[in-house]
Design a protein around this ligand. Structure first.
Ligand SMILES: Cc1cc2nc3c(=O)[nH]c(=O)nc-3n(C[C@H](O)[C@H](O)[C@H](O)COP(=O)(O)O)c2cc1C
Length: 165
């Protein structure tokens, strides 16, 4: 049940305040549930543990492609470069989570890896936890890629780069 009626703010104020937390942008991919690989744009990625190497992201349960992530035992976090904004837009569009026409590689888990990503964390699912209308997905990193480049940032509902753009 929604608890917003008890709050001293409305949902729009909540979203607006959350948007003041500047983040990077990532595309989380997985092999899918038999209908081919899927990807979704997220900014909820965060590091969780150094030893063991754990990361997490938050999955919107209301999404059509939630099932693919809830049944898959692995995923890859692709941390986007500034030049990959178009990919971020593509994988944030409703229903646009397939890889039709999009080139990718794979590492240990077979989850799609996007060429040009600043970092890739190839993960096996360690745990899933309830988080309101989202599911917290924890992954153990089994392989990674890291390369130089400018990051894609997200702040107050807009894509940004570091410095003046
Ligand atoms: C910058 C940005 C960050 C997002 N972060 C998340 C996220 O952390 N988790 C999530 O499930 N969806 C996130 N979304 C939303 C999804 O990318 C996607 O837009 C949404 O699921 C709608 O597609 P669908 O209706 O086909 O699921 C984010 C979107 C944008 C643009």
């Amino acid at each position: 049940m929604s608890t917003t009626a008890q709050n001293r703010f409305v949902p729009a104020q909540y979203r607006e305040a959350l948007g003041r937390y500047a983040t990077g942008v990532a595309i989380v991919t997985c092999e899918g549930d038999g209908r081919g690989p899927v990807g979704v744009t997220v900014n909820s990625f965060t590091s969780l543990s150094i030893d063991p190497p754990l990361v997490l992201w938050c999955l919107d349960n209301r999404s059509d492609r939630a099932d693919a992530y809830l049944t898959s035992d692995a995923f890859a976090i692709n941390v986007l470069a500034r030049a990959q904004q178009a990919l971020s837009v593509r994988f944030s569009e409703t229903g646009q989570h397939d890889f039709d026409g999009i080139r990718y590689e794979t590492l240990a888990t077979n989850a799609p890896v996007l060429p040009g990503a600043l970092a890739v964390f190839d993960c096996r699912v360690e745990a899933r936890h309830d988080g309101g209308d989202h599911t917290i997905v924890v992954g153990r990193v089994v392989e990674l890629v890291s390369r130089d480049g400018e990051p894609l940032l997200f702040f107050r509902g807009r894509y940004r780069g570091i410095g003046r753009h």
